[in-house]
Design a protein around this ligand. Structure first.
Ligand SMILES: CC(C)(COP(=O)(O)OP(=O)(O)OC[C@H]1O[C@@H](n2cnc3c(N)ncnc32)[C@H](O)[C@@H]1OP(=O)(O)O)[C@@H](O)C(=O)NCCC(=O)NCCS
Length: 162
């Protein structure tokens, strides 16, 4: 995978690949680039991607480079959004919205009616993304995130109805 700063992508050039276990390296690297901590380690990512109940999409640039991904755990008409990210150098250019729109379309086609997820209450870009697709705060999990310095942060629980 090239360095995040050398990547180029436009909304028009992005395409999506449904990822299986063979994408474990790519998805682990994408997660590690986007999250300071609490990113999924390789073994967990591999297990998630091997599950028939996971929908994972990797967003590819026109050059075929991975620029973001999303993993969802399906449970009949509900699903948990486990992780979503865009490489840091391409954030804020509407690619996250493009990826989430595509994910919502594919989940709806599989009969999913609601997506649930947790988000740090300080994560303004993620909160903006979920708000932009009609997501609503439906709960709070206190001290859900443990930081490396032993502090904690509350999570908001978001529901996105499809
Ligand atoms: C969260 C993330 C996936 C969003 O992707 P992105 O490509 O940066 O976001 P987009 O440019 O597509 O913006 C999507 C919407 O969020 C809004 N948004 C983006 N950044 C924002 C910010 N800092 N503050 C408020 N709103 C913001 C945009 O205005 C846009 O809304 P609109 O469609 O109504 O204009 C991306 O920033 C990321 O990978 N962050 C690190 C990993 C992470 O935190 N993942 C979420 C875990 S819950």
């Amino acid at each position: 995978m090239p360095s995040s700063t050398s990547l180029k992508a436009t909304k028009e050039s992005i395409h999506f690949v449904e990822a299986d276990v063979h994408y474990a390296d790519i998805c682990t690297a994408l997660d590690a680039q986007a999250f300071d901590s609490n990113n999924y380690p390789y073994d967990v990512m591999r297990t998630l991607l091997a599950s028939p109940n996971t929908l994972a999409l990797v967003a590819m640039s026109g050059d075929g480079e991975p620029v973001g991904h999303v993993l969802c755990a399906l449970a009949r008409e509900m699903c948990d959004l486990l992780t979503v990210c865009i490489v840091p150098s391409l954030q804020g250019q509407k690619l996250g919205r493009l990826l989430l729109d595509e994910t919502m379309m594919r989940l709806k086609a599989r009969g999913v009616e609601s997506i649930f997820l947790e988000v740090r209450q300080s994560n303004m870009s993620a909160l903006g993304l979920y708000r932009s697709v009609g997501g609503c705060i439906v709960g709070e999990r206190k001290d859900y995130y443990k930081n490396a310095d032993s502090t904690t942060e509350h999570a908001s629980v978001i529901e996105i109805s499809l």
